[in-house]
Write a protein of this length. Structure first.
Length: 274
């Protein structure tokens, strides 16, 4: 059981509740800082064990508050400053986190960069249409965690560029449908919960693909619904169930409004006939 996965869901519910209960107090920059202090202890506890999970939790929470805000420029400035601070502090801290940045800068020559390098070989060897289902060679010991964090490289090897683009398009379609549901949500709380779930999926998809393609330093981020995992997939499916409930409420209310409108026009037509 990974507590950080549950923390993502808890932060989504808490952020949505906080913004829906006191929207005017939170939608200022000062309110944002106060709101971040409320979850700071949780983020620090996660940070001690896992930097990437702590960043994801903080970003999800920040996105919910950002969507609730009126002025957005201060949030962009703060995000850039925090990003630079995290990058510099990790680089100066040393240890395995700093080594991952050095590996990114020297993937081909670094002795510790074999995971990313073998993943890139897998993507390149797939070509346009890949080697076929089950035809991957890199997954047999060459790519560590081939069934988990690096699963996207194996997809590209077996199904080629076509398969990789298809996966990206499927996730894009999911996020677009989520955005439509959020825009039509009937209450602020449901909309913000949807924003949190949508941001979690989007952030993890982007980070996973950027890691395996050696665009950002290596970190343990799964590909939602595809990577092997216990806690992560259970929590993710639970969140999707909640999102479907938000969507169902929209559909139910639309049907009720349509029935009311139909009864109104039928009664109107009947009165005119009389």
């Amino acid at each position: 059981f990974q507590p950080s996965e549950l923390a993502k869901f808890v932060v989504i519910i808490f952020g949505a509740y906080l913004c829906s209960k006191n929207p005017k107090k939170v939608n200022t920059f000062g309110g944002f800082i106060k709101a971040m202090f409320l979850v700071a202890p949780l983020i620090i506890l996660i940070l001690i064990e896992n930097l990437s999970a702590a960043i994801i939790v903080a970003v999800i929470y920040g996105v919910i508050i950002f969507v609730n805000a009126k002025k957005t420029i201060p949030y962009f400035i703060l995000a850039v400053i925090l990003g630079v601070v995290v990058w510099v502090s990790v680089k100066l801290q040393g240890g395995y986190r700093s080594a991952r940045i050095e590996i990114l800068e020297n993937v081909e020559t670094s002795e510790k960069g074999q995971q990313i390098l073998q993943g890139l070989y897998a993507i390149a060897s797939g070509g346009i249409f890949g080697k076929g289902l089950g035809g991957s060679e890199q997954k047999y010991g060459r790519v560590p965690e081939a069934y988990n964090d690096m699963i996207f490289t194996i997809i590209c090897e077996e199904f080629g560029l076509f398969g990789g683009i298809a996966i990206i398009l499927l996730f894009t379609l999911i996020l677009i449908r989520m955005f439509i549901v959020i825009m039509n949500a009937k209450d602020r709380f449901g909309a913000l919960v949807g924003v949190g779930i949508m941001s979690q999926i989007g952030i993890q998809v982007v980070l996973n693909i950027l890691v395996v393609t050696s665009i950002i330093p290596s970190t343990g981020v799964i590909l939602p619904f595809i990577s092997f995992g216990g806690t992560a997939i259970i929590i993710m499916l639970f969140e999707i169930g909640i999102f479907l409930n938000i969507s169902w409420k929209i559909e139910y209310k639309n049907q009720m409004l349509a029935k009311r409108a139909e009864r109104y026009y039928n009664n109107r037509a009947l009165s005119l006939r009389r």
